[in-house]
Unconditional design. Structure first.
Length: 188
């Protein structure tokens, strides 16, 4: 995996930074931003990699949707988060997107644990994780067993995932610049 070309880095940074600000402030990610990210992803990949770029953008979008859409269907996150990650996939392509996914998951896990601890709900969150896994193994939707597991429930402990996605993206961009050869060995 090569370093993401500068126009794609710039587009990725602008899209996720804007999403982070909107999600932190309004707790939503606007559709116009997600659509702009998709258009930028396809357009800039075409510009940088010619016709192969369209395939790169499509693969990134499809992998992101395949991984994030089930989380939305299980009511673990909002549709804006799914659309944002699809746009990130279209911009970054499949290899970079998988690295971003890992960084986002790590950042989200740490931020979630700290946030739950600060809110005094760490033990409850640990039990909820157990019940989520148990329900998924038994092919049940966790939010039907426990309504608090539905992100739309006012009692649910929620964080702006757009901010976490931005942290994951910027972490990978920074890591890529400091260790370009190491990242290429970690992610295909």
């Amino acid at each position: 995996m090569n370093i993401l070309p500068f126009p794609l880095q710039l587009a990725l940074g602008l899209v996720v930074l804007t999403a982070a600000v909107y999600d932190f402030r309004f707790r939503r990610i606007p559709n116009w931003l997600n659509l702009s990210g998709l258009i930028l992803g396809f357009g800039l990949n075409l510009f940088c990699f010619h016709w192969q770029g369209a395939l790169i953008a499509l693969e990134g979008l499809l992998i992101a949707a395949a991984i994030y859409l089930p989380l939305y269907l299980l009511r673990g996150m909002g549709a804006g988060d799914v659309k944002l990650m699809a746009a990130v996939g279209a911009i970054a392509g499949p290899g970079h997107w998988l690295a971003i996914l890992l960084a986002t998951a790590l950042a989200g896990g740490v931020a979630g644990a700290v946030y739950a601890r600060v809110k005094g709900r760490f033990t409850e969150v640990c039990y909820n994780l157990y019940f989520i896994l148990k329900d998924i193994v038994h092919f049940r939707q966790p939010h039907k067993t426990n309504p608090q597991l539905d992100f739309r429930n006012p009692a649910a402990l929620r964080m702006p995932h757009g901010v976490i996605i931005a942290v994951g993206c910027f972490a990978i961009l920074a890591f890529e610049h400091s260790n370009p050869k190491l990242l290429s060995t970690l992610v295909p």
